[in-house]
Ligand binder design. Structure first.
Ligand code: ADP
Ligand code: ADP
Length: 230
């Protein structure tokens, strides 16, 4: 379970920005939870607080009863192994093949060559890119690149997958296929998915519950059918 308790985030640059103003949320294990809001609402900041890539100014981030805000950087690196993330622009390494992109986190974790072979082969099959393993990112379509991003995010067997506008750079047809893949991963592997988007259709297609964020505040939250019934 993910519990966000009264999270605030103030960016202190030339001008102070109160990006999050007291956000509290509970996300259950195995849920697909959507966070929707306009550009600048605070979605990206919020999702990055879940894996502590952004440190909240105040509040608690509790995952399975552990408060991440109390951990050292070394402890956080351990926790992040159980939290995968995918991005709008995929963030693949252009000089590495599909296989080597997916293998990258496993190499960093010191996995054996055999373990890497097995794991990457399984993941390639899951995202249906086995025939593309020797291609470079530039040789792939957007949808294929995001599949590589998903496979890489799953390499560490995470219990949580964070999706930051993961379909915003894709056309509607490709978006649909990526959402189906995420749904399949949620069902088959039981991974909790937190998905941020500015697109209502994405929320309606796959999310169980949703929070609407505006100006760093949650305006409404609940089951998708209830929040968007009218
Ligand atoms: P969203 O993902 O909903 O577009 P963000 O979380 O990216 O929203 O941004 C929320 C607010 O915080 C915006 O006003 C944005 O300009 C500001 N912001 C985001 N990141 C930074 C940063 N690193 N430094 C200063 N302000 C930031
Ligand atoms: P999608 O529906 O996934 O967006 P595209 O229409 O972009 O697919 O691409 C169709 C096919 O063309 C894909 O199999 C993809 O691998 C291939 N392809 C797309 N861009 C390139 C490229 N720059 N170099 C080589 N193959 C490409």
């Amino acid at each position: 379970m993910i519990q966000l308790e009264n999270i605030t985030k103030t960016y202190s640059g030339k001008a102070k920005v109160n990006a999050l103003k007291g956000i509290s949320l509970t996300i259950e294990d195995g849920e697909i939870f959507g966070i929707i809001g306009k550009s600048g609402a605070g979605k990206s900041t919020l999702v990055r607080c879940i894996n502590m890539l952004e440190k909240p100014t105040e509040g608690k981030v509790i995952i399975d009863d552990k408060d991440l805000t109390l951990l050292s950087e070394a402890q956080l690196r351990e926790e992040r192994k159980h939290i995968g993330m995918i991005f709008q622009h995929f963030n693949l390494l252009s000089s590495r093949t599909v296989f080597d992109n997916i293998a990258f986190p496993l190499e960093l974790a010191g996995a054996s060559k055999e373990a890497i072979q097995k794991k990457v082969s399984d993941l390639l099959e899951l995202v249906q890119l086995t025939d593309r393993k020797y291609n470079y990112p530039a040789q792939l379509s957007g949808g294929q690149k995001q599949r590589v991003g998903i496979a890489r995010a799953l390499a560490g067997d995470p219990k949580i997958l964070l999706c930051d506008e993961a379909t915003s750079a894709l056309d509607p047809q490709t978006t649909k296929s990526i959402l189906e893949l995420l749904q399949d991963i949620n069902k088959r592997l039981g991974i909790t998915i937190v998905l941020i988007t500015h697109e209502m259709s994405v929320i309606k297609d796959i999310c169980h519950r949703v929070a609407v964020i505006e100006g760093g505040v949650i305006k409404e939250s609940g089951r998708v059918v209830d929040v968007f019934s009218n």
